[in-house]
Design a protein around this ligand. Sequence first.
Ligand SMILES: CSCCC(=O)C(=O)COP(=O)(O)O
Ligand SMILES: [Zn+2]
Length: 438
Amino acid sequence: MTVGVDLVLLDIEGTLTPTKQVHSVLYDYARPRLGPWLDEHADSPAVAEVVARVRSLAGLAPDAGTGDVLRVLHGWMDADEKIAPLKTLQGLIWQRGYATGELVTEFFADVAPALRAWHAAGLRLAVFSSGSVTAQLAAFSRTTDGDVTGLFSGHFDTVTAGPKRDESSYRAITAALDVDPARAVFLTDVPEESAAAAAAGWRTVGVARPGEPYHAADFGAARTVASFDDLAFVPAALLAAGRELAAEAARYAGLGWMPGTSGNLSVVLDRDPLRLAVTASGVDKGELTATDVVMVDAYGEPVSAGVPSAEAGLHARIAAVAGAGAVVHVHALAPVLAAERWPDGVRLSGLEMLKGVGRGAHDDPVTIPVIANGQDMGALGDAFERGFRSDVPALIVARHGVYVWGADLRQARHRLECLEWLLRFALATTNDDPTKEL
Ligand SMILES: CSCCC(=O)C(=O)COP(=O)(O)O
Ligand SMILES: [Zn+2]
């Protein structure tokens, strides 16, 4: 099931990394270094704050020595207590371990490809872990899949957001990231965390990985997966565009302008960098669903899963050069016949319908450019650009079809319907004299 979201919030232990890695690798690394760290960094304000918090939380005397503080810290670690001063200290120790290369984070095999794909598709990624933000940044700087810190735009821990089982923590993250929780999803292996996020309005997915402590946990109404391979997230805007494109394509197919699998449509999602939602290639455009859509870049190359229209490169060029918000391409017959009759451009004049393609009046003529067909979208784009005029929102590709664009799909459709009418009129009224121009 494909889900449209803007942000994916991730728990670490049991979700991104095996639990045993935290317990046997990270804890084993930190445990013998806690005491020496306290001694070596006694003058550091951060460590002084940690020691004071431990004394206070554990009910020790304000001047309790390092030995007592250490005993408390070891007790918390053995009980796997997620207590802030312990997490802060562990984070500092792990930071050094990652910096020296002694520690390397091991992700589950499905994690890095999924994170990269979601990031490339324009989703924001963030982390919420009981491990400190310092520890998170260090852990992601050296992983079995390289440095992945660049994929994340937010890090939260129990100090910056609050306890992971409290609804208020998820509200704090929503506010900090300025995201609509209904368009954000939290992935965790702990049912209580999932329930807290859901109570704050987030979408949630339970991650029940085989062999992990919570593999058989009950996530209630939340969806549960065993691997990120089972997740299909796309930007909410892409899915919404897919819905719009599918409805629009069905209209054109109904008119008979998209025979077979011909034709393709696109809308601009973003201008900087340019991103378009374009219909998938090789499918019956009358039968599209919201997920038959691919996000492409300024060259028509896919940046989300799926195979975009083979003509996506020309859509992107038109969107960039003409500043269009939507581009439609159909295989209606009239434009191709008109290009056959007037291969140097189709001149239209003296018709009220010209207002429908952006002319000021019936006596304001327009020439629709015609370019030769080809399979190289870069070459077609160059040919389009050479003949481009900002007041002509259409292009005929000879022996192929027509492209029309506008601020949105609705305007592009209105222009296309009027242009098709004009071309049919031109063909019909010059049948007896093919050399005649309107
Ligand atoms: C019979 S369709 C030939 C390809 C074409 O011109 C077209 O418009 C459809 O291509 P797409 O890759 O968008 O399916
Ligand atoms: Zn085509």
